[in-house]
Write a protein that binds this ligand. Sequence first.
Ligand SMILES: *Cc1c(COP(=O)(O)O)cnc(C)c1O
Length: 431
Amino acid sequence: MLHENYSVNAAGHLCLNGADTTVLAEKYGTPLYLLDEDYIRARCRLYKRAMEKYFGNGSSVLYASKANSFKKIYRIIDEEGLGTDVVSSGELYTALEAGFPAERIFFHGNAKTDEDIRFGVESGVGCFVADNYDELRRLDKCAGERGVKQKLILRVTPGIDTHTFEAVNTGKVDSKFGAAIETGQAMELTEKALAFKNLELLGFHCHVGSQVFDPKPFLDTAEIMIGYLAAVRDSLGFTAQLLDIGGGFGVRYVESDPQLDVDATIHSIAEYMKAKCSALGFPLPKVLMEPGRGIVAAAGVTVYTVESVKTITGFKSYAAIDGGMTDNPRYALYRSQYTVYPAGNMNANPDFVCDVVGRCCESGDIICPNARIPMPKSGDLLAVAVTGAYNFSMASNYNSIPRPPIVMVSGYGDHLAVRRESFADMTARQL
Ligand SMILES: *Cc1c(COP(=O)(O)O)cnc(C)c1O
């Protein structure tokens, strides 16, 4: 199986964390997002231990909650002692509603509104991740009006190309995010940030991209960032105490993907960074990482019911399910690959090739082209694996299709964390 929390029981059914997905589908209906709570906790511990062990110095982990944002997940992240990233007032509101401590929240975003800034400052957000001068100016004003000194780090771009999908490649010089080190603009922005009376600059942030398996871009980033910190100290006399190196560790979606060794990769980044620091005579800062996908993706499985099966003579076959791009837009957006399991028929021969497609009026509504599964029939269950990240959080109501519920699965059993959206929920805002 793709991950250790997936298994097959004696009845030949797919299990998540030991729970039979067909039983859960019967209990809660389909489409259904399942999330393995124990797996999420284990991943939090894996990342946190590695950061503490290899970097020390108060180094830790922020969960990038844009990957999957709802109240229960913020409670889990809080209980595991991680901080969290939010990228909007909506995520901030959700985290606060869940009781997440504001001081462990980092507030991202390249286009924060005055309302975002006010909400963040008034909520006592621990740290802003400021993107540009317009934000700094407004953040300083807002903090001044409230008589607070707002902590922040600055987002800079190290000029790294991760060679992943263009839309998730964020660390290049030409990017809508942050200020480029290479052009001198990061240094200019740093100088300006230090001059604001109501702002306290702690350090810097960078994030090079997502779904990266190769450690090289992370090592290159470490090298450039430490070099930048030393340059800032030399030119501006400011010694950064915090360095946030972003997220982006790859996760295995299909058998041909590698399995990234999180502990070993963090170890190698730490060793590299320490060597770079000592070569430049720079004190190792407190280092933060922001995994999103790495914490939640493999915790998730989405269960669907097959509604229809057809074969276009001389072309190909389709299995159409009761969900699709509304609950998982990632194939439509990025051509992301997925693994489809015949949830109730795992031991049968997967000798049928078909496109698993959704129910939207849109030919691009595809979950997985050329899936290999046993010949399905209407009423069978299909499970799409590794859907814990960027599925629920990217879901839409296109075609007025309600969003699925989220059910948490743990050693204590299963429980609803987000109920199924109703038609009335969808029309509630319509006047
Ligand atoms: C998206 C994002 C992350 C998380 O990326 P993953 O690939 O899910 O680990 C972390 N930091 C920032 C700034 C991001 O935009």
